[in-house]
Design a binder for this molecule. Structure first.
Ligand SMILES: Cc1cc2nc3c(=O)[nH]c(=O)nc-3n(C[C@H](O)[C@H](O)[C@H](O)COP(=O)(O)O)c2cc1C
Length: 326
């Protein structure tokens, strides 16, 4: 983990993955103040909103934290400029292949770039072309997911990359014993989302948190793709009425494609806007029926509201105990 700690500049290489609406100033600063690494979820924010969020987070912590930018955001380069203004130390590029010039624009002001990659070939390419660290994220995770399990990705990516590169593992991690396993395989740290979403410092609505506390692993289901022409990235969330609404939304957007009312890029953007709106309804308004309850399969291990510092301490104790017993 020391390599991960040195890379992030914090005490424990446990990142709290960016969660739209959840990973804002309060949770991010709490994570970083507790020795982990918080990441602001920019999501669909405007540059002005991101500016305010970074400033507010800086007022709550003097520890390092990152900013997660979605590569398909139409104002990506303006958002990068905001990160530059605040000298953000780490920028995470999520949601697709970084567009031309984006990695360079981030490195130009001295920040480290953290990337995601669904295949080993792409991971190698991104690390060769400027990515400083990689997160591999399996389909157990909450939110947007790929098709392969974390355990399989770890076996495929870590032996090939871990010696010469900084690699974090994400997806389905709920306890420290699992962290120990990935560290032994060469990961320098881990990223968790679901386990932190309901922390005491998280501003998620009490009803959102209650839904997490009740849920079991099997309740966190991946969305289904309705139309083969409309490539929709699956999203893992607790099953509710909102899940069905997503199916209806896909049918609506597929119809718009048929009638040439939108092109594929616009169609995909509409789908993403749907998620952003639905997640807001659940996280902020507490509408757990119609909103999106994005959650990973580790949700069954989230049973009560705990301070971030306690969660990190438990994870590290479990991890140390597992490693000491070997
Ligand atoms: C409610 C929720 C919202 C999320 N939103 C985002 C996001 O906006 N951007 C992103 O890159 N990842 C997002 N994620 C993924 C997390 O950053 C993290 O990688 C993931 O939760 C790790 O897997 P785990 O849930 O099994 O711990 C989200 C996850 C959850 C649970």
């Amino acid at each position: 983990m020391q390599r991960g700690i040195d890379f992030l500049g914090c005490d424990t290489a446990i990142l709290c993955g960016a969660m739209s609406w959840v990973s804002e100033r309060n949770l991010v600063s709490a994570i970083s103040n507790a020795g982990g690494f918080g990441v602001i979820a920019c999501g669909a924010m405007t540059p002005e909103l991101l500016d305010a969020e970074i400033a507010a987070t800086k007022s709550l912590t003097d520890k390092p934290f990152g900013v997660n930018l979605i590569t398909m955001h139409p104002m990506l380069f303006d958002l990068i400029a905001v990160c530059k203004k605040y000298n953000v130390s780490h920028v995470v590029l999520a949601g697709g292949i970084p567009p031309k010039g984006s990695v360079e624009a981030i490195k130009e002001f001295g920040a480290k770039v953290i990337v995601f990659a669904p295949t080993l070939a792409l991971a190698k390419k991104l690390l060769r072309s400027g990515g400083d660290a990689l997160v591999i994220e399996g389909m157990e995770a909450g939110g947007h997911i790929g098709p392969v399990a974390t355990s399989v990705l770890a076996q495929e990516f870590l032996p090939a990359l871990a010696e010469d590169n900084i690699v974090f593992v994400a997806g389905g991690i709920g306890r420290g014993e699992a962290i120990a396993g990935y560290l032994e395989m060469g990961a320098v740290g881990v990223q968790l989302g679901t386990r932190f979403a309901c922390a005491a410092e998280s501003i998620a609505h009490p009803d959102f948190k209650k839904a997490f506390f009740r849920a079991k692993a099997r309740d966190a289901e991946a969305s289904v793709q309705v139309d083969p022409r409309l490539p929709v990235i699956p999203v893992r969330a607790l099953k509710n009425k909102g899940t069905e609404e997503f199916t209806a939304k896909q049918i609506e957007v597929a119809g718009m494609l048929d009638r040439d009312e939108v092109d594929m890029g616009e169609a995909q953007l509409q789908i993403e806007h749907f998620w952003a709106g639905a997640l807001r309804r659940a996280v902020i308004d507490g509408d757990v029926e119609n909103g999106s309850l994005m959650a990973g399969q580790s949700v069954g291990m989230v049973t009560s509201e705990e301070p971030v510092a306690d969660i990190i301490t438990q994870l590290m104790e479990q991890c140390e105990h597992a490693l000491a017993a070997r």
